[in-house]
Design a protein around this ligand. Structure first.
Ligand SMILES: [Zn+2]
Ligand SMILES: [Zn+2]
Length: 310
């Protein structure tokens, strides 16, 4: 699991930063890439990475401002040209369907794969045996959402070596032991399956917050997350601008990270007014409140490390 930033600027693209998009690489977990937001030219950014458009399985859109969605129709079309045949799922606030369907229809774009568009409000928007994704409304000029992506706990592995040492041969009995049942062996020995299964591995939690003012919903979405991705459009002393334009400052993002007790904070959606050394200052500001903070640049990647068994 890895976060790969494709666009980290706010509002309009600059030479140094494209508009918003971040990939959650789940290659080991499910052979897939999930995308969060798809600003203009996201597909150009992808060309500089190892991401394969046909591997993009799900796209989650935080809100409908142009810097977060204008890259979507182009990417959807190119995915079809480049051999994408597996279904693609797009999740976004109300309006995403008409945006995508209109763009594809008027441009005569026909997709060779099934496109499923889900308009969501709040709550669970995706769940399978591996992951659960929930959304909550934030505080922005348009309805904007944050996501909490939770990997479900992985069951512990069977301690095969210990079973072999007891003379227990592989077979249906291994399934019973793995379920933690009490099992009687052929020689009459009774064993407790729970003693032969390693502890479950805790799943990871990633929280990706859309454009927003400082708000409680962000804290709730980020609770105990391994990684929090939060916008920091402005530096601390521009809090009045952040408020007026419905954005956050470095200190506000750090405050969310601290209150939510996350392990790591990554700042993105950076105004083009901050360049070079000023970016270091943004990080230093945030560090006064929350120590483990990084500022994303285009093509920055951050592994989300597996947790050790607890
Ligand atoms: Zn934005
Ligand atoms: Zn916005």
């Amino acid at each position: 699991m890895e976060l790969l930033f494709l666009g980290t600027g706010s509002g309009v693209p600059s030479k140094g930063r494209n508009v918003s998009a971040v990939a959650l690489q789940l290659l080991e977990e499910r052979g897939a890439t999930w995308l969060f937001d798809c600003g203009e030219a996201t597909q150009h950014q992808i060309l500089h990475t190892s991401i394969r458009p046909r591997r993009i399985e799900r796209i989650f859109i935080t809100h409908l401002h142009g810097d977060h969605i204008f890259g979507l129709p182009g990417l959807l079309g190119s995915r079809s040209f480049q051999g994408g045949e597996t279904p693609l799922f797009v999740y976004g606030p109300t309006g995403i369907r008409s945006f995508v369907e209109t763009a594809l229809a008027v441009s005569g774009t026909r997709l060779k794969y099934d496109l499923h568009i889900h308009e969501f409000t709040e709550g669970v928007i995706f769940e399978d045996e591996q992951f659960i994704v929930t959304a909550k409304l934030l505080d922005h000029g348009l309805p904007s959402y944050g996501f909490r992506i939770v990997e479900k706990d992985l069951p512990g592995t069977l301690l095969v070596d210990q079973l072999r040492a007891l003379g227990v041969r592989p077979g249906p009995i291994y399934q019973q032991i793995k379920r933690g049942e009490i099992v009687t062996l052929d020689d009459g020995t009774v064993i407790d399956g729970r003693n032969f299964v390693a502890p479950p591995k805790k799943g990871r939690i990633v929280s990706i917050i859309g454009d927003t003012r400082y708000c409680e919903a962000s804290v709730e979405l980020a609770k105990q997350a391994d990684v929090l991705v939060h916008e920091a459009t402005f530096r601390a002393k521009e809090a009045h601008l952040a408020h007026d334009y419905y954005h956050s400052t470095t200190l506000q993002a750090a405050e969310v990270a601290k209150r939510a007790e996350v392990k790591q904070l990554i700042l993105t959606h950076i105004s083009s007014r901050y360049q070079g050394e000023m970016c270091d200052e943004l990080v230093e500001e945030a560090k006064t409140i929350f120590p483990n903070v990084s500022l994303a640049f285009d093509f920055s990647s951050f592994p989300v490390l597996k947790k050790s068994a607890e």
